[in-house]
Design a protein around this ligand. Structure first.
Ligand code: URA
Length: 240
């Protein structure tokens, strides 16, 4: 693929802007500045540098953000900045968007991608991708609450009970909840339905993806879609 087209596909602005970046000597491949926007490169495993920052080529982007509290997942945030403001412009410009939503005060694993088919696969209830939440509670957690969460509670927007795949006490006021759906405020509403209340919420896993060690709040990293499905069960991971 031509270098200008590569930059364009990765979110570095209009074709003209990308050609200009290259002609100005601000783009390097394998440590060599490339001045020709028409120079051809194999994109497989390609890492290029723009103004000294390395960018691995990804036909589709999937990134994992360690979401801090105080950020909204909406593209048009109302009261707090958007999580999009934590990503560099090329990721925003190529149309990356959150896979589902976390509340403004929830922290932890948030995936973002520009792959519409992947968003569908990850958010569709048919595919049951498990999400793990670490919940801090206002009141002590007890066995009857855990049993009700596992057996299913009825929320106000659907007659069908919603069940936790797993509910495990991790402290007097803490539990680990694994859910397969992603209904609006689901954790908070499920805990309210069993007579407790969520004081803090952290998502520790989405599928098999967890926060990499050392990824601080507000930081992001590239993620591998193949790591979302840990076993051979479920849909084939999408091609990269
Ligand atoms: N459930 C909630 O209540 N809030 C979240 O942010 C995620 C799941």
């Amino acid at each position: 693929m031509r270098l200008a087209q590569i930059l364009f596909s990765q979110g570095f602005g209009s074709r003209r802007l990308c050609a200009g970046l290259i002609a100005d000597g601000r783009v390097a491949v394998a440590g060599q500045v490339v001045h020709d926007p028409g120079a051809e490169f194999d994109t497989d495993g390609l890492v290029f540098e723009v103004e000294g920052r390395a960018w691995p080529f990804h036909a589709k982007a999937l990134v994992l953000l360690h979401k801090p509290a105080g950020f909204e997942c909406s593209q048009k945030p109302r009261h707090h900045p958007s999580v999009m403001s934590l990503l560099p412009p090329p990721l925003r410009d190529r149309g990356v968007q959150p896979v589902g939503r976390l509340d403004e005060d929830t922290t932890g694993v948030l995936l973002l991608t520009d792959d519409g088919a992947l968003i569908h696969r990850l958010t569709s209830p048919r595919h049951h991708v498990p999400k793990v939440y670490e919940v801090t509670l206002r009141h002590p957690v007890d066995e009857p609450q855990l049993q009700r969460l596992r057996a299913g509670v009825v929320l106000d927007d659907s007659p069908e009970p919603v069940r936790a795949l797993a509910a495990l006490a991790t402290g007097d006021h803490a539990l680990r909840l694994t859910l397969s759906e992603g209904k609006y405020h689901q954790v908070k509403r499920m805990l309210a339905a069993v007579g407790n209340r969520v004081d803090a919420l952290h998502r520790s896993a989405f599928g098999a993806l967890t926060l990499p060690l050392g990824l601080a709040e507000g930081q992001w990293t590239w993620a591998d879609p193949a790591q979302l499905w840990p076993t051979t069960e479920g849909p084939d991971p999408p091609p990269r």
